[in-house]
Write a protein that binds this ligand. Structure first.
Ligand SMILES: [Zn+2]
Length: 261
C-alpha cells in the first residue's frame, strides 16, 4: 500500500472517461470499472500515485478503489452539499488556472498605482476602502492571525474554504499564514506585473515548506498544503504549486480564480 492516504469525505464528477483501478493509485493496477464523463464518484481519500500528465493526485473511492484526479472536476466536500457553480478556467488535467492581470482587473476592479520601494506599490483613490475587508476565521485565529484582509468578493469563498478545511479535520495542516492583501509586484520585482495579492484575492500558507521556485512539500510531509488544494479548488481557487516552469512554482500560494463574482 502507498505510504500516505489523507482521509476525505465528498465526491467528484468525472470530466472524461476514467478507469477505476484496484489496489494502488497506479496506471498499472488492474482496471475494475470505467466511469463515463459526468459520473459522480464518492471520494474517501487523497493519495500520491503515478504521475499522469504531471498530476500525481489520485482519489481513493473506498474498497481498495483508486482513480486519477485529473479526469475529475472540483472536489466537493460532503459538508457543502451541492456543487458550487462558478466560472473558472481549467488546465487539461482539471486543475484551476489563475486569472491574468486583465481578467483580475475586470472582475475585482481596476485601480491606478504608484511605485514604492522594493517592488511595493501604493494604490490610488478610494479603491482599498471600497474593496478590502477584514475577515476572521477560527483556523487562522488559532495560528495567531485574528483577521486577514481580503477583497470583499473573496471573503465568502475564503470563509467556505476554511470551514471545509476545519470540517475535514485538516486545520492542523495550516502552520503559518504569510499574508493576503499586499499591494506589490509579483516576486517583489518592479519589472514584473502586479501580484494578485494587490487585489486581496490570494493567500500564502506554510511558506517555510513551500518556497517560491522550489518543489512544494509532498503529501504527508510536514508543512504540506497538498490536501488543502482540493478544499481551495472546490471554492474556485488555483494553486501556485501548479505554476510552470519550476522556477515560478509557488506552493505557498492560493489565488481566487473565479470570473463570475
Ligand atoms: Zn502568494
Amino acid at each position: 500500500m502507498p505510504a500516505h492516504l489523507t482521509p476525505l469525505s465528498g465526491s467528484v464528477t468525472t470530466t472524461a472517461r476514467l478507469n477505476i483501478r484496484k489496489g494502488a493509485p497506479s496506471t498499472s493496477a488492474p482496471i475494475t470499472a470505467r466511469a463515463e464523463p459526468g459520473t459522480t464518484l464518492e471520494v474517501v481519500g487523497l493519495i500520491d500515485g503515478d504521475s499522469v500528465s504531471g498530476n500525481r493526485q489520485w482519489y481513493s473511492g473506498g474498497n481498495d478503489a483508486f482513480f486519477w484526479s485529473g479526469a475529475c472536476g472540483a472536489f466537493r466536500p460532503s459538508s457543502t452539499g451541492t456543487a458550487p457553480v462558478f466560472d473558472v478556467s481549467r488546465r487539461p488535467d482539471g486543475t484551476i488556472r489563475v486569472l491574468s492581470e486583465t481578467e483580475i482587473r475586470a472582475t475585482y476592479g481596476d485601480f491606478a498605482h504608484t511605485e514604492r520601494h522594493g517592488g511595493r506599490i501604493a494604490i490610488g483613490g478610494s479603491w482599498i476602502g471600497d474593496n478590502i475587508v477584514d475577515l476572521a476565521t477560527p483556523i487562522l485565529t488559532e495560528e495567531g492571525f485574528p483577521s486577514i484582509q481580503v477583497h470583499r468578493k473573496a471573503a465568502a469563498p475564503f470563509q467556505r474554504a476554511f470551514a471545509a478545511i476545519e470540517q475535514a479535520g485538516l486545520q492542523g495542516l495550516i502552520r503559518t499564514c504569510a499574508g493576503t492583501f499586499v499591494p506589490r509586484h509579483k516576486g517583489w520585482d518592479p519589472n514584473r506585473g502586479l501580484s494578485s495579492h494587490s487585489w486581496g484575492i490570494a493567500i500564502d500558507l506554510n511558506v517555510q515548506w513551500n518556497g517560491y521556485g522550489s518543489v512544494p512539500a509532498p503529501l504527508g510531509a510536514v508543512g504540506s498544503v497538498r490536501e488543502l488544494v482540493l478544499m481551495f479548488e472546490a471554492e474556485g481557487f488555483g494553486w501556485g504549486g501548479y505554476f510552470q516552469p519550476a522556477s515560478i512554482c509557488d506552493g505557498m500560494h492560493f489565488e481566487l480564480a473565479r470570473r463570475d463574482l
